[in-house]
Design a protein around this ligand. Structure first.
Ligand code: ADP
Ligand code: MG
Ligand code: MG
Length: 254
């Protein structure tokens, strides 16, 4: 059974005011097939956690570890992380001018698998996944993220998730800016990935809305660069009613 483990992770960034400590000792353990929701107020460091696991160069690891089945992830290149089975959907996905969705997906699949997928079955798989996500066929010939609407970007993320079949995925505010119909379609895709490939998921969200469609096994409340409280799905219900005030007032975070 695969496990992604974060231990005492401490991360800083350089700002104009000097070095700023953002993650102050994060501990998390996600086994394959588990869905973990990370919830917390704005500025608590949720995206920093996602970027650090993804290997974004802006985030300096001051201590701690992130291991996938016991192997250190933090010393891997971004490509190596993807090949090891990690997938990160960025909160603000970048445009890739001149690269179509179709080419991008095949290139990514080839890089991760170490060889190009056989063309016909691959095209069939892409077509089926796009149909499941109610994506128009023409979408595959568009350039990655160029002029994509918020909903199209999210669907494209989930399309990647379904086709690239990572062991673990981190979705950062995948729910933001989606209407209810798009949210349902995106959530169905995530649930399919979990059921079909045993995906382990770290679902970062400010709001509880997406948790009506993607049921978390564990909920972690993130405050001021740490996990402040952990529980089951009932914790999300409580946050829905009470918000984050309780945590914020006790730590003095604005
Ligand atoms: P969240 O995703 O929970 O809203 P972030 O991880 O985006 O939180 O940010 C946590 C804190 O770190 C914030 O105070 C933010 O301003 C700061 N921060 C994050 N990234 C950077 C960066 N690249 N440069 C400077 N400050 C940053
Ligand atoms: Mg934020
Ligand atoms: Mg964020």
């Amino acid at each position: 059974m695969s496990v992604l483990e974060v231990k005492d992770l401490r991360v800083s960034v350089e700002t104009e005011q000097g070095t700023k400590e953002i993650l102050k000792g994060v501990d998390l353990s996600i086994a394959e097939g588990e869905i973990h929701a990370i919830m917390g107020p704005n500025g608590s460091g949720k995206s920093t956690l996602a970027y650090t696991i993804a290997g974004h160069p802006k985030y300096h690891v001051e201590g701690g570890s992130v291991t996938l089945d016991g192997v250190e992830v933090l010393t891997m290149s971004v490509d190596e992380r993807a090949r090891a089975g990690l997938f990160l959907a960025m909160q603000y996905p970048v445009e890739i001018p001149g690269v179509t969705v179709s080419n991008f997906l095949r290139t990514a699949k080839t890089a991760i698998a170490g060889e190009a997928p056989a063309l016909r079955p691959w095209l069939k798989e892409v077509k089926e996944a796009m149909t499941d996500l109610r994506m128009d066929k023409a979408f595959s010939e568009r350039n990655v993220n160029e002029g994509f609407s918020g909903g199209e970007k999210k669907r494209h993320e989930i399309l990647q998730l379904e086709l690239l079949k990572p062991k673990f995925a981190i979705l950062d505010e995948t729910d933001s800016g989606l209407d209810v119909d798009a949210l349902k379609i995106v959530s169905e895709g995530v649930n399919r990935a979990k059921d079909n490939t045993g995906l382990g998921l770290l679902l970062i969200t400010h709001y509880t809305r997406i948790l009506r469609y993607i049921k978390p096994d564990f909920v972690h409340v993130f405050v001021d660069g740490r996990v402040a409280e952990e529980g089951g799905p009932e914790l999300a219900d409580r946050l829905e009613d009470e918000g984050y005030d309780r945590y914020v007032s006790t730590t003095g975070v604005a």
